[in-house]
Write a protein that binds this ligand. Structure first.
Ligand SMILES: [Zn+2]
Length: 295
C-alpha cells in the first residue's frame, strides 16, 4: 500500500492541475450559489503546507468498530488501493445531456449521532430511481444494517463522505488521508464495494485536501443544486421550488438522508415527477460523468 510519505509529488501535481482548472469552476459555483444556502460555502483559501496552523484538535477514531455482519467469505480489512488520479473537482455533468443525479449525504460526527431516513429509500425504490449516497465512515459504523440495505440495491451508488465529517482544510495530509482510507476500508469490509467518489464534509476544501483525495484515487463531487434540506424551516414545497429554479442538464442535486433532511422524503415524489416530466433521466453520479453505463 502506498504511503503518505511520497505525497509531495502528488501535491505538486494537484496544485498544478488546480491552478489550471479551478478558477472557472469556482466562478461557476459562486454564480449558482443558492439563496437557500445553509451549508457553508466552499472556501478557496489556500493553506500553505509550510506554515501549518497549530495541530488540529482531531480525535481520531477511538471507538472500536463493530463486527461486520457475517458473510460466507470474509473480506479483507483493507480495500484495494485505487490508482492515483489527477484532481477532478466536479460540480455537474455534461450540460448537453438530459441527465440529473440525486445525491444524499449520510453525515455524522462521532459526537453528534445521526439517523437514517427510511422514507427516502422507500420513495426511491418505489419509483425505481437511481441515486448516489455519500456515506460517512462513522455513520456506517453505527448503521451497519442500513449500510447493507443501501448496498443491496444495485441502483444505489455508494460514495465516501469522510470518516468523522471534519472541516478538512487545515488538517494534515496524514489525517485527511486517514479520513478517506478508513472510510474506504469499512465500506469495503461491509459491502464489498469500493467508492471512487468523495464528497467534502460541508463542501469545504483547499488545495491540499483536493490533492490528497486525488492521491487516494477518488474524484471530488460537489453540486450545482442545493435544496437546503438541512434547514428545518425549508419545507418540501420550497425544496422543489429550488430544484425547479436551478436544475439543468448535468445537474447534481444535494440532499441528506441522515435524518437531518427534514422534509426530503416528503419533497421527493414531486421532485421525481417534475424532473422526469421535464425529460430528465435520473442517474447516479458515475453514470452522469460517463464512468458507468446507463441501463
Ligand atoms: Zn455531510
Amino acid at each position: 500500500m502506498k504511503t503518505i510519505k511520497s505525497l509531495p509529488s502528488a501535491v505538486i501535481l494537484g496544485i498544478f492541475l488546480i491552478t489550471a482548472c479551478q478558477p472557472t469552476k469556482v466562478e461557476d459555483f459562486r454564480a449558482i450559489e443558492s439563496p437557500l444556502a445553509s451549508i457553508p460555502t466552499a472556501t478557496t483559501t489556500v493553506q500553505p503546507t509550510s506554515t501549518a496552523s497549530p495541530a488540529p484538535t482531531f480525535t481520531p477514531f477511538l471507538t472500536p468498530l463493530p463486527s461486520p455482519t457475517p458473510t460466507e467469505t470474509p473480506r479483507p480489512d483493507i480495500a484495494p488501493t485505487l490508482p492515483h488520479s489527477a484532481v477532478n473537482f466536479i460540480y455537474h455533468g455534461d450540460r448537453d445531456k438530459p441527465y440529473v443525479a440525486l445525491t444524499f449525504d449520510l453525515c455524522q460526527k462521532p459526537e453528534y449521532p445521526a439517523w437514517f431516513d427510511q422514507g427516502i429509500v422507500d420513495v426511491l425504490t418505489q419509483n425505481n430511481v437511481p441515486a448516489t449516497f455519500f456515506m460517512g465512515g462513522d455513520w456506517m459504523r453505527t448503521h451497519v444494517d442500513e449500510t447493507l440495505l443501501l448496498a443491496s440495491n444495485p441502483d444505489f451508488e455508494l460514495g465516501n463522505h469522510s470518516w468523522s465529517h471534519p472541516d478538512l482544510p487545515g488538517l494534515s495530509e496524514e489525517i485527511i488521508s486517514k479520513e478517506i482510507v478508513k472510510t474506504q476500508n469499512l465500506l469495503y469490509q461491509l459491502t464489498g464495494r469500493q467508492s471512487t467518489l468523495f464528497r467534502l464534509p460541508s463542501g469545504k476544501y483547499d488545495d491540499l485536501t483536493l490533492s490528497v483525495i486525488a492521491w487516494n484515487g477518488l474524484q471530488t463531487i460537489q453540486w450545482d443544486v442545493e435544496t437546503g434540506d438541512p434547514d428545518p424551516t425549508i419545507d418540501a414545497e420550497r425544496m422543489n421550488w429550488a430544484v425547479r429554479e436551478r436544475v439543468q442538464n448535468g445537474s447534481i442535486i444535494i440532499m441528506h438522508a441522515n435524518g437531518r433532511g427534514w422534509h426530503t422524503a416528503e419533497a421527493l415524489p414531486q421532485m421525481i415527477e417534475y424532473l422526469r416530466g421535464q425529460g430528465y433521466t435520473l442517474v447516479t453520479v458515475s453514470q452522469l460523468l460517463g464512468l458507468a453505463p446507463i441501463p
